[in-house]
Each structure stands twice: as structure tokens, then as C-alpha cells.
Design a protein around this ligand. Structure first.
Ligand code: F6R
Length: 616
């Protein structure tokens, strides 16, 4: 949600701002705007409802002089419709010399707005953000100290915010602040950058610094100074961005989603790299950050959406291999129901962005009650990683398409590593068995590639079902979260009714939905093992076929039983039942991608969605 970029330096500010906003488009937005300060012309602002190209065309029609300082914003509407007036930046002060952009929600804005209205301030938007612009300008007009004015205002704001502010009187200074909302600094040579995430400036620098909770940044071309809201100086921690700008481009693919699906062998391989020895033994160095791990008696996984489905797979793996009880909680439900947490609870937080507000709040809630936090995160410098006791990074690279694909399979991979590593640590399984599983895991990147090489049939099926009004998904064991993920992809991308069910639940209600021609995609469990659920799912297929369903099955190679009962079968390589989750989701991703593309929909930026949900 909302993309933020700031630049101060000798380069072309317009190029940096517009390029940065372009790379932040994936976050989801409905208007865009920029402000720059010229040495001669003062503050200039341009903002437009709609996509970034509307702003770019407006600038082409009536060009703006370039500058050496500026801020840019893409807005995902919360307070007020997506109009030109509500787009950011917002101007403040009697002579409108201050410009401010905001990501988040200022919860006490009504009270602050009433105070400003009573003092005669005129508003030109319906946003909560404009309040902050006027407040800072008013404080500055009183004190003449911009940093002090900014500090006093951020201390009055409640809620979530990243704010960037520039003022015509200060042609070399961007002020920024963050609380519960993301902000990263990019360190250049004689120039510096700010962004909601590193995508905003990765084209120019790989040296970055993440800004902590309740911190203020004073950014100049030659210096960066960070302090707390209270004014205490902070020594920021630098990190190197490990992906380049080209990895955030489509690289010849028709969409980011298509590219990111194709990236999966590498995403899975990179997530395993250095963590799994060739003899199959697993040791996560990241566990060193977690003392008393051997005493943990319960694991609670907190996450949202697709990440929560990856958590469900991790739960099956941790319970089976490490023998620790696990529950998976939707982060937004978790902290509102007095969950039982103590010092022996390990919280496993899963988030691609590391900025999902619901997940962050759940983590903070659990930490206050003494729990340790291990996170699985894809974004360096993210708030979640900063606030966790230890973080296992999925090395999936930037995920730009709003619908998660490669981050999901990388999250499952990391979850499997956590489960195996915990099992090694607690000696929960015989070493030989653990090594066998580790060796199986090593094969996963190649198997993912094999699946991708054979998805042609799934593409055709996606196109063939483009007029379907509803598609159901069934699965058992780890196939159940995969069924839910398949349904979520279809809802997000194709805007049709789709639902994932546990196949065993079918007779308890959902079977009533089956009628002639109803498409049902079934994730069939592996035939391996005495406790295999395979025969039960084959029976489910027969039951729904008898009632007219059109069945597409995802089954392992050599599953002749399924071949004879389903209408269509997509085969995946044979692997350990838990690891099959990574393989079986790929045909479902392809199915959703093709179906939505056949309907002519934008698969990278589906309607109403934002990549990173930074408000509750
Ligand atoms: C679905 C999707 C979302 C995210 C969810 C959590 O395709 O992308 O459901 O998984 O919003 O996001 P992160 O992982 O960034 O916390």
C-alpha cells in the first residue's frame, strides 16, 4: 500500500522519483504525485488520480523544471476517494511552502483537523494526511526550526505512518519519520534516497539502512542523521541489498506473475542454499539467535493470506518431524482473543513483505507476553526482521506481482527447513531418516523445474475454463492448504467464486454444491506410506464425479488409479508427501494465471488489492 520515494542529490530528481514510483507500483495504488524544490522556482507539485502514466503524460504535456530534491508518492485510498485533490503530496502552511507525503492512517486526525479548522486552516482534501502537512507548517511558522516542528508533530500523531516532508526554505533537507509503517534509506555517493522499500532506489545504490520504529531521519545529499521521536541519536544499521534492479523487471515475460512463477526453481534453490548439506543434514545458523529453543513446548504460527497457507504446511511438517504442537493463527484474529502465550511459546511469523501490519501487531503482542519470535521473511531490512529474535530469509528475490507465487513456495521451503532443523536439534527422529528427508529436499528445485517444463496442459485447461462461474478445490493433509491457495489465486486474479475444502469435509456440507459440469480441482495425496490418504481422496473423486463434477486432478506420476477416474490429470514428480505441496501448487498458479489472462485481466495488479498491507 502507498509507495514512497525521496531523493536529494545532484542527479535528476524527476527521473529518480518517477522511476522509483514505477518500481513501487506493485504495492497497489490509485493515484500518484510528486513535489520538487528548484533552486530558482521554489516548490512545485503535480498529482493525478489514476495510474502513474496519467501523471507522466501530464508532466510531458506541461513539463516541470528538474531539481535536486523531491518526494514522490503512490496512494492507495483510505480516507477520501482516489481523486487529484486527495492524491499526495499535500501542501501545508499559509503560503503552501511545505509538501508532505504519508503512508498509513492517522487515527486521531479528526481531533487534529478540528483544532486546525478552529484556527482557520483551509483544507483542500478529505485525507487524514493533509492534517500532518498543516500541523508541521504551523509549528515551523511559530518556531523557525523545521526539524523541531516535524518532531513535535509526529509525537502528536496516533496510528501508523511513514511521513516525508520538504520545505521551500530548506533546499537540501528531507525529513522523514516512521511508526508502524515501512521506511528504508538508500545511501549513495553524494546523494541519498528514501523508499517504502529498496525497490524505490535499488537502481542507484545497494547500500541501505532500515529505519526503526518511532525514528526520524534528516536526509541531505552528504549526510544522514537518525534520531528517536524523543530526540536521542540512533546509530543506524547498514545492509547490502542482495538483488539488482533487473530482477525486479519482467525480463521478457508477459507479466511479473508469469516471470515469478518461472523463477521458482531458483527461489526454492536459493532458500535451501547453505542450509542443507549434501549428506542431507540441516542446520539453521539462524537458530543461534534463539536461546532456549530446546525448551519450546508450543509453536504458534502467525501470518495472513497466502503466507498463512504456507504456515499450514509448516505445521504439518513441524508436528510430524519435530513432534512439537503447532497452531496456525490468522494474525488479525490472534491478538484479539486472549491467546495463551508464555516464555515456552515460539512464535513463527511468516511474511513475504515483512511489513504486513496485522502480522507485526501479532508479533508485538506475543513478545510483550514473553514469547520468542522466529520469522520467515523475504524482504531485507523489513520491520518484521528487525523485531524478531531470529529471521530465516527466503531468498526468492523481489516479488512484484500482487498475487504471491514464488514467495509462497520459498516460504514452504523455509518452513520445511525449520521443521527438519528442529527435529535435528531435539533428536525427534532417527538421524538416517532425517538425512533421507534432507536429501529429498535437495531434489526439490530440479523437480520444480520439471513441473514448470510440463505445464502446457494446465495452461490449456486454464483457458478452457475461462467462462466458469465457480471452481472448487479439494485436498487433504498438506493438499488442503494447497487447495485453499489455489482457490485464493483464482479469486484474486480472475474475480470468480473459488473455494478450497478439506476433502474429508465434503460429505459434511460442500458436496451439496456439486451439480452437472461443476469444475473441481483435486490435489491428490501421495500413494506412499501406510497412512496415505490416497484411497480416501480417490473415493471423493468418485463421489463428486457421480454427481456430475468435472474433475481436474493433480496427482503424482504413475498414479494410474486417478488417471482412470478424473477427467483431466496433471502429474507431478514423486517426492516426500509433505514436499509435494511445493510441486502441486505450481499447476494451480498456472491455471489461475491463464484463466485470468484469457479473461483479459491485469494479473499483476488485480483490482482492490495491495501487495503489502501496511494498515490494519
Ligand atoms: C495473496 C497474497 C496475500 C499475502 C498476504 C500476506 O496472493 O499475496 O494473501 O500473502 O497479504 O502478505 P505478506 O506475506 O507480505 O505478509
Amino acid at each position: 500500500m502507498c509507495g514512497i520515494v525521496g531523493y536529494v542529490g545532484p542527479g535528476s530528481t524527476l527521473d529518480v522519483l518517477l522511476g522509483g514510483l514505477k518500481r513501487l507500483e506493485y504495492r497497489g495504488y490509485d493515484s500518484a504525485g510528486i513535489s520538487v524544490i528548484n533552486q530558482s522556482g521554489g516548490l512545485q507539485t503535480r498529482k493525478k488520480a489514476g495510474k502513474l502514466n496519467v501523471l507522466v503524460e501530464d508532466l510531458a504535456g506541461s513539463p516541470m523544471a528538474d531539481a535536486h530534491i523531491g518526494i514522490g508518492h503512490t496512494r492507495w485510498a483510505t480516507h477520501g476517494a482516489p481523486t487529484d485533490g486527495n492524491a499526495h503530496p499535500h501542501l501545508g502552511g499559509e503560503h503552501l511552502k511545505l509538501s508532505l507525503i504519508h503512508n498509513g492512517i492517522i487515527e486521531n486526525f479528526a481531533e487534529l483537523k478540528a483544532e486546525l479548522l478552529a484556527a482557520g486552516t483551509k483544507f483542500s482534501s478529505e485525507t487524514d494526511s493533509e492534517v500532518a502537512a498543516h500541523l508541521v507548517a504551523r509549528e515551523y511558522e511559530k518556531s523557525g526550526d523545521l526539524t523541531q516542528a516535524f518532531r513535535s508533530v509526529v509525537n502528536r500523531l496516533h496510528g501508523a505512518f511513514t511521513l516525508l516532508c520538504i520545505h521551500e526554505d530548506h533546499k537540501d533537507l528531507i525529513l522523514a519519520a516512521r511508526r508502524n509503517s515501512p521506511l528504508v534509506i538508500g545511501l549513495g555517493d553524494g546523494e541519498n534516497f528514501l523508499g517504502s522499500d529498496v525497490a524505490a532506489f535499488v537502481e542507484y545504490t545497494k547500500k541501505a539502512v532500515s529505519v526503526g520504529q518511532d525514528e526520524i531521519v534528516e536526509l541531505r545529499a552528504e549526510s544522514v542523521s537518525v534520531s528517536t521521536f524523543a530526540g536521542e541519536p540512533v546509530t543506524p544499521k547498514e545492509f547490502t541489498v542482495d538483488w539488482d534492479a533487473s530482477s525486479a523487471s519482467k525480463g521478457g515475460w508477459p507479466s511479473f506473475m508469469a516471470k515469478e512463477i518461472a523463477d521458482q526453481p531458483q527461489a526454492v534453490g536459493d532458500t535451501l542454499m547453505g542450509r542443507l548439506a549434501s549428506d542431507g543434514s540441516v542446520k539453521l545458523a539462524e537458530f543461534a539467535g534463539l536461546d532456549q529453543l530446546s525448551e519450546v513446548n508450543r509453536i504458534t504460527i502467525v501470518a495472513c493470506g497466502t503466507a498463512a497457507y504456507a504456515g499450514e504446511v509448516a505445521k504439518y511438517a513441524i508436528e510430524k518431524w519435530a513432534k512439537i504442537p503447532v497452531s496456525v493463527e490468522l494474525a488479525h484474529e490472534f491478538r484479539y482473543r486472549d491467546p495463551i502465550i508464555d516464555a515456552k511459546t515460539l512464535i513463527l511469523a511468516i511474511s513475504q513483505s515483512g511489513e504486513t501490519m496485522d502480522t507485526l501487531m501479532a508479533v508485538r503482542y506475543a513478545k510483550e507476553r514473553g514469547a520468542k519470535v522466529l520469522s520467515i521473511c523475504n524482504t531485507q531490512g523489513a520491520t518484521l526482521a528487525r523485531e524478531s529474535d531470529a529471521t530465516i530469509y527466503t531468498h526468492a528475490g523481489p516479488e512484484v506481482a500482487v498475487a504471491s507465487t514464488k514467495a509462497f513456495t520459498a516460504q514452504i521451503t523455509a518452513g520445511l527447513l525449520v521443521a527438519l532443523s528442529l527435529s535435528w536439534l531435539r533428536k525427534a527422529m532417527p538421524e538416517a531418516e532425517l538425512k533421507g528427508l534432507g536429501k529429498e529436499l535437495l531434489k526439490l528445485p530440479r523437480q520444480v523445474k520439471k513441473v514448470l517444463d510440463s505445464v502446457g496442459h494446465m495452461r490449456d485447461l486454464g483457458k478452457a475454463f475461462s467462462n466458469a462461474k465457480s471452481i472448487l478445490f479439494l485436498g487433504r493433509n498438506v493438499g488442503y492448504p494447497i487447495a485453499m491457495e489455489g482457490a485464493l489465486k483464482l479469486k484474486e486474479l480472475a474475480y470468480i467464486h473459488a473455494e478450497g475444502f478439506a476433502a474429508g469435509e465434503l460429505k459434511h456440507g460442500p458436496i451439496a454444491l456439486i451439480e452437472e459440469g461443476q469444475p473441481v480441482i483435486v490435489v491428490v495425496p501421495s500413494q506412499k506410506g501406510e497412512d496415505s490418504l490416497h484411497p480416501k481422496v480417490v473415493s471423493n473423486i468418485q463421489e463428486i464425479k457421480a454427481r456430475g463434477a468435472k474433475v481436474i486432478a493433480i496427482a503424482e506420476t504413475g498414479d494410474t488409479q486417478v488417471d482412470s477416474v478424473a477427467d483431466e490429470v496433471f502429474h507431478i514428480p514423486v517426492t516426500s508427501p509433505l514436499m509435494a505441496s511445493v510441486l502441486s501448487v505450481i499447476p494451480l498458479q498456472i491455471f489461475a494465471l491463464e484463466l485470468a489472462s484469457a479473461k483479459g485481466l491485469d494479473v499483476d495488479q488485480p483490482r482492490n488489492l495491495a501487495k503489502s498491507v501496511t494498515v490494519e
